[in-house]
Design a protein around this ligand. Structure first.
Ligand SMILES: C[S@@+](CC[C@H](N)C(=O)[O-])C[C@H]1O[C@@H](n2cnc3c(N)ncnc32)[C@H](O)[C@@H]1O
Length: 260
């Protein structure tokens, strides 16, 4: 199946064998609720997760008083789908950073040999804040599990980010560090998805988390940036999004940019 089929109608029901909304040899994209779709995937069937949970939709359960339960629910299913200790790298909305970290600790513990790590994406392009608030200039990214910091493709992707960023460092650091300076999504990359992340940044995160030739899952795929990055880096990918519009954007983007 290579077309954006299955985009009409309701997301598949919980527990029912699912048909991807879009698929090719390297990618499967499911339309549906993240927790429900993850629950339908086999145990230990993916190597890593790179994701970007929703934020800013104040009516949703994940953004209300029970949001911690929501994080725990999908992280628990994700942990089951990943190989043991498979890395989880997730953007962490500023207001929910503590909740994501605490939910990850509940699901995975905080093993001393692989404590949670935090990366900071500095874009310096935040919106004008409400009176009394600092202008947001960064986003946090939380990582659980050991990352592939020594691998060549990680350094390559990190290097290309440095070049495209406004970093004042004259040379790349010998070690891969926690601060990434990179502009927000460039106009030429934009698909119309409101929270689309920059391709170079996501490619770096996929390289950091996923072994060469391995598989990555993104339960909040949006416009498909993680899925695209995975294919470009020679990995395979599984994506989920509950929005018909996001699935359509991602399917069109993947069909245009990836080989079948
Ligand atoms: C922050 S966006 C991801 C953007 C993506 N990283 C990109 O570059 O385009 C979060 C996505 O999660 C989706 N979403 C929200 N609630 C969801 C749920 N319960 N299950 C699956 N997807 C959900 C939204 O439709 C949205 O596309």
């Amino acid at each position: 199946m290579t077309d954006a089929v299955g985009l009409r109608g309701r997301p598949a029901a919980l527990g029912v064998a699912r048909v991807p909304t879009y698929a090719n040899a390297k990618v499967r994209l499911y339309r549906g609720d993240a927790t429900a779709v993850l629950r339908s995937l086999p145990r230990a069937s993916a190597d890593a997760c790179v994701t970007d949970p929703p934020y800013g939709e104040h009516v949703a359960s994940w953004d209300g008083p029970r949001c911690r339960e929501w994080y725990v629910a999908w992280l628990r299913e994700l942990d089951r789908v990943l190989v043991p200790h498979g890395p989880i790298v997730t953007f962490a909305p500023r207001r929910r950073c503590d909740v994501i970290m605490s939910a990850l600790r509940e699901v995975r513990g905080d093993p001393p040999e692989a404590p949670l790590q935090m990366l900071v994406w500095v874009h310096r392009q935040g919106f004008r804040p409400a009176p009394g608030y600092l202008r947001p200039e960064h986003e946090a990214i939380v990582a659980s599990g050991l990352l592939r910091v020594q691998d060549d493709d990680v350094r390559e992707e990190r290097g290309s980010l440095t070049e495209s960023s406004r970093s004042t460092q004259p040379t790349p650091r010998p070690l891969v560090g926690t601060v990434i300076e990179a502009p927000r999504t460039a106009r030429r990359e934009r698909t119309g998805h409101p929270t689309q992340k920059p391709e170079a940044l996501v490619r770096f995160l996929v390289a950091l988390a996923t072994p060469a030739g391995g598989s990555v899952v993104d339960p909040f795929a949006g416009s498909g940036t993680t899925l695209l990055a995975a294919v470009e880096l020679g990995r395979t990918a599984i994506g989920v999004d509950r929005s018909i519009r996001a699935c359509r954007i991602a399917a069109d983007r993947l069909a245009a940019r990836t080989r079948r």
